[in-house]
Write a protein of this length. Structure first.
Ligand SMILES: [Zn+2]
Length: 212
């Protein structure tokens, strides 16, 4: 029989080490904040990105020389990542604004499916990705832009079987696997793209409700 043994140690820093650790944390925080502040200010003034290096901060702030430069580089890296996240978020929001603007200007009414995001991401095992992809944000943008132009926005109930219904004859399938990418109707025989079929159904019911 084999045994695995594990020992756990906890080592406490001495007074000097404690002081250095505290100094390092303080400096890391200082570097992180300064880099982020400078980057934000530079972006506001010029619309461009600039990340300063910890080395450039050292000449003006002598106290930074006492602590480990690796810790300071890590602070810089964290600041960079934080800026990158913000940049990605802004790009996505910008894209959603443009798309919703275009749709609201092109159409007099937009009908969307009120997707059950939580259930869907659980069922498909997508984790957070669907909830994160800005679908809700996109719908809100679309709604207020259409309303602003005096146009119509309609959400279809999430239980409406948009995928299982045949857009040509109205037959509703018992089951439709997610892997079936095209819709084949046993009744009227049409075969069309799954998403296009669902979109046609959403359009049809929307026209009915809005009396178009
Ligand atoms: Zn059919």
């Amino acid at each position: 029989m084999k045994y695995n043994l594990a020992f756990k140690y906890r080592i406490y820093p001495n007074k000097e080490q404690k002081l250095l650790i505290n100094k390092t944390f303080g400096c890391v925080r200082f570097v992180y904040n300064t880099i982020l502040y400078t980057a934000n200010k530079f972006y506001e003034e010029t619309g461009k990105n600039k990340i300063i290096t910890p080395a450039s901060l050292k000449s003006e702030n002598q106290f930074l020389k006492e602590v480990d430069s690796l810790a300071l580089s890590n602070a810089q890296l964290k600041a960079k990542i934080s800026k990158l996240h913000e940049y990605i978020k802004n790009c996505r929001r910008d894209f959603l604004h443009k798309l919703s603007k275009k749709l609201s200007e092109t159409y007099n009414a937009v009908v969307v499916e009120d997707l059950n995001m939580k259930g869907m991401s659980q069922a498909l095992n997508f984790g957070k990705s669907i909830g994160d992809n800005g679908w809700g944000m996109f719908l809100r943008m679309l709604e207020y832009k259409l309303m602003f132009l005096g146009k119509q926005f309609l959400k279809i109930d999430k239980w409406f079987p948009s995928s299982k219904t045949c857009s040509k004859c109205g037959n509703v399938k018992e089951e439709l696997k997610l892997s079936e990418r095209s819709y084949k109707c046993e009744c009227c025989g049409i075969e069309i793209d799954r998403d296009y079929n669902a979109a046609l159904n959403i359009k049809n019911i929307g026209k009915e409700i809005l009396k178009y």
